[in-house]
Ligand binder design. Structure first.
Ligand code: N6E
Length: 172
């Protein structure tokens, strides 16, 4: 494990890995994304995509399929997930919150979104994504990813544990 790519600065342990999956649909001639306000845990109260921690031995894509189902009831196939990059979140003032997020988009799904313990999913048109009620990094990369782009970026959060104070081109 000496060459783990997702170490924190100066750290020897790899950072915890999470995933996030943005489900897209076409409705009334526009594209919409499924988001929900997080009910518990890290980022409570922020609108987020569907996602969470990888289980031991689980791939990011399999975790995304599982989390989409757990959090919304929707069924998606691993083959339909589009990998759009990786984000490193560093919290020097709360190291336990630092993590690496594997970002996916999916346009094919079965079912109708249903509320879960994690969030109550809602569709937002891409021009109406509530960036002001999301983690501070989202406005810097999410519009580009939802428009078809990729992201490989590191965001460093300040002592308030909410504001991005630095960002780098490369995953740490
Ligand atoms: C710091 N800036 C951030 N900006 C945007 N999104 C962020 C985020 N930090 C975490 N996320 C998202 O949050 C989920 C993991 O959150 P985390 O609390 O670790 O796991 P969660 O409790 O949801 O999952 P389990 O159900 O426990 O697996 C995962 O989708 C991840 O992409």
């Amino acid at each position: 494990m000496a060459d783990q790519p997702s170490q924190g600065p100066g750290g020897r342990m790899p950072l915890p890995e999470v995933c996030v999956c943005y489900v897209l649909r076409e409705a009334a001639g526009r594209t919409e994304v499924l988001l929900g306000r997080k009910k518990h845990g890290l980022g409570t109260g922020y609108f987020v995509g569907l996602g969470g921690k990888l289980e031991a031995g689980e791939s990011a894509v399999d975790a995304a399929v599982r989390e989409v189902h757990e959090e919304s009831g929707l069924l998606v196939s691993a083959a339909d997930l589009e990998a759009r990059g990786r984000l490193t979140y560093l919290f020097p003032h709360r190291r336990a919150w630092s993590q690496v997020s594997n970002v996916f988009v999916v346009r094919a799904f079965r079912g109708v979104p249903a509320p879960s313990d994690e969030l109550d999913p809602e569709w937002f048109p891409l021009e109406g994504v509530p960036l002001g009620e999301m983690w501070d990094d989202a406005r810097r990369w999410l519009p580009g990813v939802l428009a078809g782009g990729r992201v490989e970026r590191t965001y460093v959060f300040g002592p308030d544990l909410a504001t991005v104070v630095d960002e780098h081109d490369h995953v740490a």
